[in-house]
Design a protein around this ligand. Structure first.
Ligand code: SF4
Length: 154
């Protein structure tokens, strides 16, 4: 079984009320191959919601209390992001997925690269909060772009 960011499967859980739908992931959901999760909704945030970015570090630093997740209005939403990461981890530990596919660049789901905190579509190295927690617990994570590249090669 594969765990996946719900927005990739066409679930409208993105901050703007839309999704990051890709036909391959929609098909995987239809075929019962993936379990969709949205950490930000699991953390109690509404949809739609203000976009948020990590300031002062990346997901790893949010986990250790050295960085914060701030939304576009300037509110600290770190607690909701941490709650969402913990709930996603709980699901992962229950289903023990062989792989976790996460939406690139998201402050929750980004793998290896996230928005830099300036709300100007610039990036920095590091994982989103949920990605960092899943990785710290030994789960195999990959972002959607890397997964799709692999699929095209094979
Ligand atoms: S990137 Fe992650 S947190 Fe954001 S909408 Fe998609 S599943 Fe939810």
């Amino acid at each position: 079984m594969i765990l996946i960011s719900a927005c990739l499967c066409g679930i409208d859980c993105k901050y703007d009320g839309g999704s990051n739908r890709h036909p391959l992931f929609v098909e995987m959901l239809r075929a019962g191959k993936v379990i969709p999760v949205c950490p930000e909704q699991l953390g109690g945030l509404t949809t739609p919601r203000e976009p948020a970015e990590i300031c002062g570090g990346a997901g790893e630093q949010v986990l250790s209390g050295q960085a914060r997740v701030i939304n576009r209005l300037g509110c600290d939403v770190s607690a909701a992001f941490l709650r969402g990461a913990e709930q996603t981890l709980k699901i992962a530990q229950a289903v023990n997925p062989s792989l976790i596919i996460l939406k690139s660049r998201s402050p929750s789901c980004g793998v290896g690269r996230v928005y830099d905190g300036s709300f100007s579509s610039r990036f920095k190295s590091g994982n989103g909060v949920t990605a960092a927690l899943l990785k710290a617990h030994g789960f195999d994570i990959i972002d959607d772009e890397a997964y799709l590249k692999q699929e095209i090669k094979n």
